[in-house]
Design a binder for this molecule. Structure first.
Ligand SMILES: [Zn+2]
Ligand SMILES: [Zn+2]
Length: 335
C-alpha cells in the first residue's frame, strides 16, 4: 500500500514568491506497524549486519536510576497491538495485566555503567527511498542509537553506517541487544515503510530575514502557522533541517571534522499529521484515521511509538565525506 500526501491546501510560493527557489525534495517514510526482515527498509526492524563485524556499543556514562526491561517492553507492545482489535469493554485478564506490569520502570541502585549495545532505529535501502544519499558502491543506510538518552552532554549516541547489501554474505542473528533501556519510548516499534517524495520549504526560523518579516505579518493577519504548511512532519530523509541557533544563522550545522555546512540526512519526527490537519499532511489513504484513531494502537500517525519529549532528532551528514561523523541535533519543534 502506498501513502500519498494530498495536494497542498495552500501554495506557499504563491503567497511568498521569494520561496520559489527554496523548495527542497524530502522523502516522508510513513512508518506503519509491520514485521520487517533484514531484506526490508524499516524502522525498528532487524539490520542486515555482517556476522563478522562488531556491533556498535555505547561506552559513555549513563546517569540513570530507573530502567525498563527491553524484552518486557517488546512483549507488552505485541500484546497491546493484539488487544486493540478486541472489543473496548472487554477487561484485561490478570495474566495480560501482569505482562504490562512487567514493562513498567524499575529502580536500580547505582548508575547504569555497562557498555550498551545500540538499538537498531532504521534501515533504508536506496531502492526504496528516493534521493537517499549513499556513497559510491553502497545501497544501504543503517542507523542505531543508545537506548539511554541521558548522556552528560545531552547529545544522543547515534551510529550511522552505510554499506553494500550484496557484500553481506552471513548475517549476524540475533544481534547483541541491551537487557534494559532507559524508557520504553526509546524503543522503536517494528514498522515497514512507505516512502514518498514530496517538497518542503524551510521552517519559519530558517528563513532569510527578508522573507521572515512577511511570513510573521501573514501569520498575524491570517492566524495560520506558516511552518505547518512548509515543513513535512514525521519521519523523513532529506529536506530542510530545523536548527534554532542563538545567532539566528539560517545555515545547517557545520561538520565537526571539516567545517563544511552539513545536509539533513534523517529526521526522527513527531506525529505525521496534526489533529486538525491544517497543513494537509495526512495521507489520503489515512483519511478516516481520526475516527479510527481512538481505537487503533499504535495511533496511525505515530506507529514507531518513539517519543523524545516534543523534540525531533535530526541527523546531518557532511557533503564532503561520508567518513566524517554525522552531526546530531535534538530540536524542539515550533510551529
Ligand atoms: Zn549511551
Ligand atoms: Zn566534513
Amino acid at each position: 500500500m502506498t501513502r500519498t500526501t494530498p495536494p497542498r491546501p495552500l501554495d506557499l510560493a504563491v503567497v511568498f514568491p521569494e520561496l520559489a527557489t527554496m523548495s527542497r525534495k524530502v522523502t516522508r517514510l510513513h512508518p506503519r506497524t509491520g514485521a520487517p526482515t533484514v531484506a526490508d527498509s524499516s524502522v525498528g526492524g532487524p539490520l542486515l549486519w555482517p556476522k563478522d563485524e562488531p556491533w556498535p556499543t555505547c561506552t559513555r556514562s549513563h546517569e540513570v536510576y530507573e530502567v525498563v526491561e527491553l524484552e518486557a517492553v517488546r512483549v507488552a507492545h505485541h500484546l497491546a497491538v493484539a488487544l486493540s482489535s478486541r472489543p473496548e469493554d472487554e477487561p484485561r485478564t490478570p495474566e495480560e495485566q501482569a505482562v504490562f506490569d512487567r514493562s513498567s520502570p524499575k529502580e536500580i541502585d547505582s548508575p547504569y555503567t555497562d557498555p550498551v549495545p545500540l538499538l537498531p532505529v532504521a534501515q533504508l535501502y536506496a531502492r526504496d527511498v528516493p534521493g537517499l544519499p549513499v556513497p559510491d558502491g553502497s545501497d544501504l543506510l543503517q542507523i542505531l542509537w543508545c537506548p539511554f538518552m541521558d548522556h552528560d552532554d545531552e547529545i544522543p549516541a547515534v551510529h550511522v553506517r552505510w554499506r553494500s547489501a550484496d557484500q553481506v554474505t552471513a548475517v549476524l542473528a540475533p544481534p547483541p541487544e541491551p537487557t534494559v533501556i532507559e524508557l520504553e519510548e526509546y524503543w522503536p516499534a517494528p514498522c515497514v515503510l512507505h516512502p514518498e517524495q514530496v517538497s518542503e520549504y524551510p521552517a519559519a526560523n530558517q528563513l532569510p530575514t527578508a522573507v521572515a518579516g512577511g511570513v510573521r505579518a501573514w501569520e498575524e493577519e491570517t492566524g495560520r502557522h506558516y511552518s505547518e504548511f512548509a515543513v513535512a512532519p514525521g519521519w523523513k530523509t532529506g529536506g530542510w533541517g530545523v536548527v534554532t541557533s542563538d545567532d539566528d544563522a539560517s545555515a545547517h550545522p557545520p561538520c565537526g571534522t571539516c567545517g563544511a555546512e552539513t545536509e539533513p540526512l534523517f529526521t526522527v519526527g513527531l506525529s505525521e499529521w496534526n489533529g486538525d490537519n491544517e497543513g494537509g499532511w495526512r495521507p489520503v489513504e489515512d483519511a478516516d484515521a481520526d475516527t479510527a484513531r481512538r481505537r487503533s494502537y499504535p495511533p496511525l500517525g505515530d506507529q514507531t511509538l518513539i517519543e523524545l519529549g516534543d523534540e525531533e532528532l535530526q541527523i546531518y551528514h557532511c557533503p564532503e565525506s561520508y567518513e566524517h561523523p554525522p552531526v546530531i541535533a535534538r530540536v524542539y519543534r515550533t510551529l
